[in-house]
Design a protein around this ligand. Sequence first.
Ligand SMILES: *Cc1c(COP(=O)(O)O)cnc(C)c1O
Length: 343
Amino acid sequence: MDINNLLRENIRCLQPYSSARNEFSGEAMIFLDANENPFNPPYNRYPDPMQREVKNKISRLKNISSDRIFLGNGSDEPIDLLIRAFCEPGVENIVSIHPTYGMYQVAAAINNVNVVHVSLTENFELDAQKVLNAVDEKTKLIFLCSPNNPTGNCFNHEDILEVLNHFRGIVVLDEAYIDFAPGKSLLAASGELRNLVILQTFSKAWGMAGIRLGMAFAPPEIISVLNKIKYPYNLNILTQTKALELIENAKQVEIWTQLIIAERKKMEKMLTEFPFVVRIFPSDANFILVKMHDAKGIYDYLKDQGIIVRDRSRVHLCEDSLRITVGSPDENEQLTEALKNLV
Ligand SMILES: *Cc1c(COP(=O)(O)O)cnc(C)c1O
């Protein structure tokens, strides 16, 4: 597969903007090249456009070389950039599963790119053949999400690999919740896979949704494309500095993750006790999808108690279902008490 043949022509031919910090990024005594203010350090300086220090840390953390890492303003940024780079507006399309994370659809719509939806099975499994059958000659990208949002389950590696191996475009695998599903990432196997982009984020297990830092892992040819079309300074200096500091918290993150998984198991057990709970879908993430009698009524009741969950009732295959994020032990206890008062 040649990435150049997949790219939109305007992107293939694009002469990217070259920023001052791109043209000179070494050490110097005096920087008079970027029209910065000499006062108010360190905020007066533009950040490193290639985020080298942060990538070096992530490279060690994930055991993957820096030229396979793209960093964005959340994972939403690479989602948008991939669609913009590969899909000709009004002409080409992406294939995505249904139900899944809403941003693929929105990013496609903003770019006037059509989405072909492929339903998961009743048990929320990936039907690889059905996904491949939905592909036509205008399909550039397939979006998969594992663990999937809002269903919470992981897909089998065999099914994901079947899609990868029979598709001539690029597969984007969103692993936003993978820290809650140890052993289920495809990252370690991705070195061999020329058409795979894996998305991960610091927003969930790492507890840094507020600093907006998402990662894309892919072969260097694809990373170069993303770097070519991103905003020159897409990660600000506050995010980069804070990330360098917080990535050192890996041990703490592991403890939080174990605690959240234990709380999820407790919550699953607690929910089975209630007569209005119809089905608890198995989760590999930090949330649980629960089918209930009168989900909307329970949503409203909880809201009146000051507890906000996500009503997914109107989502395909999630009729009468609420998506509940696993909170702190105290928050989960308050949820339990509120639900007990309902029976
Ligand atoms: C939360 C979430 C993300 C994270 O997005 P960021 O922009 O990195 O905060 C990505 N994908 C899915 C499926 C999510 O649920």
